[in-house]
Design a protein. Structure first.
Lengths: 546, 197
């Protein structure tokens, strides 16, 4: 349907800035008076920090640092909170696994400055290795959650999360999902709140988790549960709307918008409860379900609310959702899936094939990418070893993971940040030879140094290739946490044998030479490290342009 | 009034840039908008798509429901066609003509063009020629964006203002070319859907 171009009346008078959901989190934190921010890049959370750095550069009174990994980001945040300042920590969902130790323990402390941990889940796994739901991890740590539905919510809730964190002296998790992180919409900012004064938090026994202190703090946390639940019950982010019929709908976060997209097609709107603040408001849910005989739960991610509802309500009601199968448990929500769950037929989301055959266009390593040279050289080095079943090339997370696909088909695994090195060690110990590990520079700094220490300590018979493209390429070319010229000294500093540590400046014309070097090091019956260096073609082009 | 568009192209072509410009222009015109895209994994040379919804009323789903898109905006013709399943029965395609043949089995372009033109009041834009004539190959996207707004409730002046803002640090030649290409595209777009019932 084409509408004649016309000037529609503005629906709001406040000036709105077009921004990503991610950027709304950053501006929310700035306007909430955050003094510090820490992050490791990870899609779809990266753009939060891109904006945070831009704000920090423009203002001069905010510290925004990329960190080595999510754990060190969370720990830096604890230090800032101890100093009484507000601090934002951002990461993708699997980053929270890395940060889990300080995250869980931070919930026991009596925080000074508010800590907001913004975690971006990736339902549908658009660019992740799993679709884990951070609400479960927050629940495990007994950390309250705010879950925005819109970019405006992302701004408002980031601000509210700081206030909440300081009111209860616990961290607050802001749960984001890919569609919201990467959605642009108009966002209106409110007047900024000044930053906190420098004021060391205390008493320090509330920051020292010795068993005697921990037992007291844990009991205190359990005793506070009622107060935190009461805040959820009264939260403006949990909204009930009247409706008719005996089926009620509970939505959370962005799922509300899929539901609201299709709900107008119903003859009459059912009673609706939207959840934006956790822990779940148990009383509000009990009151909502009175007189109903069926509940449909529409939530993005795992069936988090659905599982809790069964224990909250018993078997009095028929509960439908992603656990019951009303909506598929795997994958991202769509308006069409919600439509089906509401009992409509398959009108939308029918995937009509294009009227002509369209070739697939899988992502691939760029022309001129150093990883192409590295994989070509590795193929030369491994020519005489075979079959593939007899040796192992453990891969890692980065652009070079595309080496798993044709035409390279060069790596055997990709599990989590840094896993390649430990896996190559274990495979070698168990008898798979040669054992190679392939890891990028930033991933090495994130989680590769400690497993390399293990390999050094036993002089494990394995060959580590560090693909050094001098940037965090996959997430858009952020700087690595240390200058890449430091990689070789780090490897040597761990105690690797200098005769078997090489830094090689790669060039397509030197592929045979690199192949011979890798082959020689494979034949060395101990640990070898080859650092293959050439700048990412994209960041090199970017520099040329500017 | 509610309008759903899907933008498609090959990584590196500027799909996200165009989506963002159109979103900015719509916001400037006082519309409610939601514009989303997926990126992350190294997408150079891979399929990239973005979604843009605009309305004079509040909008809900950030995803354009399949079968409910009013317009597909293609930076590359086979990519535009890949998303034709999103189109409503009355939807249109506006796409650049030139293929990106970075795959071994790219089909004959004539078939792709024909399939696009089979959609009601669709338009193939010779963006490369327009951009060349305008003085800069960087202007290709703006020719397509200009053509697209003839199908969208966005004012030409609003898009022009957004392009000027974006190109403020560009060379004057590139900036002038972008505006010129946008205007040529817009004229073609108006013509193509003028015959619409």
């Amino acid at each position: 349907m084409i509408t004649t171009p016309s000037a529609a009346a503005p629906t709001e008078t406040k000036p709105r800035e077009l921004m990503l959901g991610d950027e709304a989190v950053a501006t929310g934190a700035v306007d909430a008076g955050a003094t510090c921010a820490y992050a490791y890049p990870g899609t779809p959370s990266t753009e939060i920090f891109a904006r945070m750095i831009a704000e920090a550069d423009a203002r001069g009174d905010i510290t925004a640092h990329w960190t080595a990994n999510e754990k060190s980001a969370m720990e830096a945040a604890l230090g800032a909170s101890l100093a009484g300042r507000r601090v934002l920590v951002t990461m993708k969902h699997v980053g929270l696994n890395v940060a889990m130790d300080p995250f869980v323990n931070s919930a026991l402390l009596a925080l000074g400055g508010g800590i907001v941990v913004a975690v971006a889940d990736d339902p549908g796994m658009h660019s992740s290795q799993n679709e884990q739901d951070s609400r479960f991890l927050a629940d495990f740590a007994r950390v309250p959650i705010l879950e925005p539905a819109t970019a405006q919510d992302a701004y408002d809730m980031t601000r509210a999360a700081f206030d909440l964190s300081e009111a209860i002296h616990r961290p607050v998790l802001l749960r984001l999902v890919t569609r919201l992180c990467h959605e642009r919409a108009g966002v209106a900012r409110e007047e900024a709140r000044p930053q906190n004064e420098l004021k060391k938090a205390g008493p320090l026994k509330d920051w020292t988790l010795l068993p005697a202190n921990s037992r007291r703090l844990w009991q205190g946390m359990l005793d506070q549960a009622g107060e935190i639940e009461a805040r959820s019950e009264g939260s403006p982010f949990n909204k009930r709307s009247a409706g008719s019929g005996t089926m009620g709908v509970i939505t959370s976060g962005i799922a509300r918008r899929y539901y609201m997209e299709v709900a107008p097609e119903l003859d009459e709107l059912p009673p609706h409860l939207h959840i934006g603040a956790y822990p779940l408001p148990a009383d509000a849910i009990r009151a909502f379900t009175e007189g109903l005989d069926e509940i449909l739960i529409v939530e993005e991610g795992y069936p988090f609310i659905e599982r809790q509802l069964t224990s909250l309500l018993g078997s009095r009601l028929k509960v439908r959702g992603r656990k019951s199968g009303a909506i598929p448990e795997a994958g991202e929500l769509t308006p069409g899936l919600v439509r089906l769950a509401l009992g409509f037929d398959h009108l939308m989301d029918v995937n009509m094939p294009p009227p002509a055959a369209i070739p697939g266009r899988p992502p691939q390593l760029c022309q001129g990418c150093v990883h192409r040279d590295a994989y070509a050289a590795m193929a030369i080095a491994l020519e005489e070893y075979g079959p593939r079943e007899s040796y192992v090339v453990a891969g890692d997370i980065g652009c070079y993971t595309l080496g798993a696909l044709p035409p390279h088909q060069a790596i055997d695994s990709c599990v989590c940040m840094g896993a390649s090195i430990g896996m190559a060690k274990g495979a070698s110990d168990a008898g798979l030879k040669p054992a190679l590990a392939v890891i990028g520079d930033s991933t090495f700094l994130h989680s590769g140094v400690t497993p390399l220490m293990d390999a050094v300590s036993h002089d494990t018979d394995m060959t580590l290739l560090i693909l050094d493209n001098e940037t965090v390429a996959m997430t858009g070319g952020q700087p690595t946490v240390l200058n890449d010229s430091r990689l070789e000294p780090i490897v040597l500093g761990l105690g690797a044998n200098p005769d078997h540590v090489h830094a090689f400046n790669a060039h397509p014309r030197k592929t045979a030479e690199l192949g011979a070097l890798i082959k020689a090091e494979i034949e060395h019956p101990g640990l070898s490290v080859v650092i293959i260096i050439r700048e990412c073609i994209q960041t090199a082009r970017g520099k040329k342009k500017s | 009034m509610k309008l759903n568009a899907v933008l498609a192209g090959v990584g590196g072509q500027g799909v996200v840039t165009v989506a963002r410009l159109l979103a900015q222009a719509a916001l400037l015109d006082g519309l409610e908008i939601t514009q989303g895209e997926l990126h992350g994994m190294s997408q150079r040379g891979g399929t990239v798509h973005a979604q843009l919804r605009m309305s004079d009323q509040p909008l809900e789903s950030p995803q354009v429901p399949k079968g409910r898109a009013d317009l597909i905006i293609g930076m590359e013709p086979s990519e535009a066609l890949r998303f034709s399943g999103w189109l409503s029965p009355t939807g249109h395609i506006v796409s650049a003509m030139a293929p990106v043949e970075n795959v071994p089995d790219y089909p004959p372009i004539e078939g792709i063009h024909k399939a696009i033109m089979a959609f009601d009041h669709s338009l193939l834009v010779d963006a490369r020629t327009i951009a060349k004539a305008a003085g800069s190959l960087r202007a290709e996207n703006f020719a397509v964006a200009g053509a697209a707004i003839a199908y969208l409730p966005i004012k030409l002046e609003s898009l022009e203002a957004c392009i000027l803002e974006k190109s403020v640090r560009w060379k004057e030649r590139d900036r002038d070319a972008a505006i010129a290409a946008m205007k040529v595209g817009y004229a073609l777009g108006l013509e193509a859907h003028a015959a619409k019932v």
